[in-house]
Ligand binder design. Sequence first.
Ligand code: GDP
Ligand code: MG
Length: 313
Amino acid sequence: MAFHSGFVCILGRPNAGKSTLLNALVGEKVAIISPKPQTTRNRILGVIHVPRHKGRPGGQVVLLDTPGVHRPDTSLGRKMMAEVREALHGCELVLLIVDVTRKFAQADQLVLEMARKAGTPVFLLLNKIDLLRGAKQKLLPIIDDYRKLHDFREVIPLSARRKEGLDVLLEKMIRFLPEGPRYFPEDQITDQPVRFMVAEIIREQVLVETSEEVPYATTVVIEQFEEGAKLTRIAAAIFCEREGQKGILVGKGGQMLKKIGTAARLDIEKMLGKRVFLELFVKVRGNWRESHEFVEELDWRRQVERLASNREV
Ligand code: GDP
Ligand code: MG
């Protein structure tokens, strides 16, 4: 029986629901999510293992979640867009996801242009249909309008949050993808190192707890990660850009940092299935988002490459 597989990249403007869709399809949380735009900063790989079903072939869909497509104005923003391009490069199918409750805007057009330029077939996903409530008859004219924009291979209404319409999407992806190898073993759902996922979980809590500029000016670096038999010791630095932001992140009497730390620790323990001792430090690094070098340092794929090349010399 045939085995279908391939690389599929999820593109869309910030907040369309890309990471929610990735997690829903993979069935586990591999990407952090928040109501704030630009939550995702790297391309995030998630593997869907699809069993054979009633005459339909089984297979493996390697999904790449990406940062929201936007016009970048910092080194961090440019890096995020480079991540989008790298995900697009070499994928066999684009899932262009839009928020059905919002008008097709310039940002969506930008996404479509990127897919068009790459010449990759596109499935259009109309996300957040749960918000249309009784007004689902509104969908047909919306679908018609979108069809005029591009020759989409499929147009699929869904709700990533409610997990509606995902079966249809999965079915269509598997049928679309060619016969191919099993790229990842059956027990693997992502390629992210645990340390990076831990840093992301901490950053997610910063996104939850803070507002305005703070979440955008924050990044998390794991400084210590020691796995004991019963307890994993983790120390992480939360970098921000200004003293004022540090004040907010620490909070009165350390309250805020404690809140972030406790919530993050619980999530990390859930992921690791082990007790965790988590220490957080807030550090200021002026305008780090403008620093090409620092932004590159944050890229775990770069770190892995560097470690590998050090080993070779
Ligand atoms: P991304 O920036 O495209 O990765 O978007 P996220 O996955 O981080 O989601 C952005 C926001 O939209 C979050 O608050 C999600 O909970 C919300 N969201 C995602 N999918 C749906 C959906 O199907 N329905 C509704 N109502 N909200 C959604
Ligand atoms: Mg995201």
